[in-house]
Design a protein around this ligand. Structure first.
Ligand SMILES: [Zn+2]
Ligand SMILES: [Zn+2]
Length: 136
């Protein structure tokens, strides 16, 4: 069981009640939730919470490296509490985002410096139809 308070401190984020709630949600729901989803899940218990606060909190997490901001779905920015290197697959039919492993050859191409540019973020996005939708 992860201690969310210390988790935030580890990323140099001052743990406020709202930040703890947002990070807690992110760590417990590995479904790549959107701002909308997190807001509607938390606002019942936290009437003072606004959608803007949720968005700003998630943006801060992404800036501090505590979460990944996914723009795989151009209509809906999503967030991932799993910051390990993995690819994402968006099902164009049901809109679900799946985690996919990154293959060894792809990992080998990872460099922090490419043609003089300093790289600190990498996003691998796949789109298609997921296995659950294919079975229907
Ligand atoms: Zn699907
Ligand atoms: Zn993910």
């Amino acid at each position: 069981m992860i201690n969310v308070y210390n988790h935030l401190i580890g990323y140099n984020i001052k743990p406020s009640v709202q930040r703890i709630a947002v990070m807690d949600y992110l760590l417990k729901h590995r479904t790549h939730p959107s701002v909308e989803e997190i807001y509607s899940a938390l606002s019942g218990d936290m009437p003072t919470l606004s959608k803007t606060t949720v968005y700003n909190t998630l943006k801060l997490f992404a800036e501090q490296g505590a979460a990944q901001m996914l723009t795989i779905d151009e209509k809906n920015v999503c967030f991932d509490g799993d910051t390990s290197l993995h690819a994402h697959f968006l099902c164009k039919r049901c809109g679900k985002i799946y985690d996919l492993p990154i293959s060894e050859p792809m990992k080998e191409t990872l460099e922090s410096n490419i043609e003089g540019h300093s790289v600190d973020e990498l996003h691998y996005y796949y789109k298609g139809t997921c296995k659950n939708c294919l079975e229907k």
